[in-house]
Design a protein around this ligand. Structure first.
Ligand code: 9MR
Length: 362
């Protein structure tokens, strides 16, 4: 039934897109009016399939502005396999259908993630052989299911800690041990996950994805070293994801350094989860001011233009925003504070940040 609604939604969406004029003539010149039209590389949003279905302006913004989509949650192990041996592809397949109907690239996120959103049954495994074969089977099943439907995968997400070491004893904020894959399987497990992913879907571009590389040089260097090592050994890695959850205070030098150094690996580079917070101090009495929005405009422009400047065309996998609009962004829920980190506000109106993104593309 839900699926029928979805198809009906797609049909009306098709109409909507057909009626929409994305190009505007100014004198003799035709100017692009959306991010996807203006960009020489794919522009993505992290999306929630249920919101795509139920929230018309959300759907319209994605349809018009993006050429690529990533599931914010729907393709994570916790959603796909909440119980051992059971797989549920329903939500993820809705996104596959949306991407197919709207001709968007679908980037898979993510096959292996240490964090406590991995399913409980998986986190409980302590035996190395059992964990290895279980992860291999998961990657085989999920990779085969989405074969030909996803263009790419984040194979392993956030395996390197802030000091540049493979995570072994990560704790969550409550002091609870997370899913310590590195401790059980050893440092080289990341390489093997890439081999399993390649066996499951030899056509998918395979990425290592991580955060904070723009502010933590040891982490950045470790990731570059790991990628270089994998290339030398013939491990099937094709790209690196720079999440870039940043703020208006994130130093520009670090942003430029991370983009340059990753590009030097020769791999595809994806700014995979971009957002730029206005309230990094998590102030409870925070209010958005035009001054802060101007700083955000500058920072979006800088990130986009720096990506264009330093990433060779053949390595430009694209820029994905982590969310569509300020009203559905993950940040307020996470920081328990007000923020507005995306180029669209909660009413889906374009902010100065949108203009900054467009200008950065020029
Ligand atoms: O934005 C996502 C949020 O809705 C989920 O609750 C959370 C756990 O699945 O994951 C968030 O996305 C994260 C992404 O998968 C990896 N990098 C950090 C992102 C923000 O936490």
């Amino acid at each position: 039934m839900k699926f029928l609604f979805f198809l009906a939604g797609l049909a009306s969406l098709g109409q909507l897109v057909a009626n929409n004029i994305n190009w505007v003539a100014v004198g003799q010149r035709v100017l692009p009016q959306t991010l996807a039209d203006a960009a020489p590389f794919p522009i993505g949003f992290a999306v929630n399939p249920a919101k795509l279905l139920n929230n018309a302006p959300y759907q319209q913004t994605v349809t018009q502005e993006a050429s690529s989509v990533t599931a914010d949650v729907a393709m994570k192990p916790s959603r796909i396999s909440p119980q051992k041996g059971a797989y549920n592809f329903e939500l993820a397949d809705q996104l596959v259908e949306f991407a197919r109907a709207q001709k968007k690239r679908l980037h898979g996120h993510t096959l292996v993630w240490y964090i406590d959103t991995s399913p409980n049954w998986l986190k409980q495994i302590r035996d190395s052989t059992e964990l290895e074969t279980t992860l291999q089977a998961y990657i085989q099943t999920v990779g085969a299911h989405f074969k030909g439907k996803v263009a790419s995968w984040d194979v392993v997400n956030e395996a390197v800690d802030n000091q540049g070491v493979i995570r072994k004893d990560s704790l969550n904020t409550l002091g609870k041990t997370l899913f310590n894959v590195g401790k059980i399987l050893g440092n080289d497990y990341v390489a093997r996950m890439f081999q399993y992913a390649h066996q499951a879907d030899p056509t998918a571009k395979l990425f290592y994805n991580d955060y904070g590389q723009e502010t933590r040089p040891a982490k950045l260097d470790a990731i570059v070293k790991m990628a270089t090592n994998y290339k030398r050994r013939g491990i099937p890695i094709h790209g690196l994801g720079l999440q870039m959850h940043m703020s208006i205070d994130t130093p520009e030098a670090g942003i430029e350094n991370a983009i340059r150094k990753l590009a030097e690996t020769g791999l595809l580079i994806h700014i995979s989860e971009l957002d730029i917070a206005l309230n990094p101090g998590k102030k409870k009495d925070f209010v958005v001011t035009s001054e802060l929005l101007e700083k955000q405009y500058q920072k979006y422009k800088f990130v986009v233009s720096t990506y264009k400047k330093w990433v060779p065309i053949g390595q430009q996998f694209g820029i994905t925003l982590w969310g569509v609009d300020d009203g559905t962004s993950w940040i307020p829920g996470f920081c328990q504070c007000a923020d507005a980190a995306l180029p669209f506000d909660a009413s889906f109106a374009k902010k100065r940040a949108y203009q900054g993104f467009l200008e950065g593309l020029k």
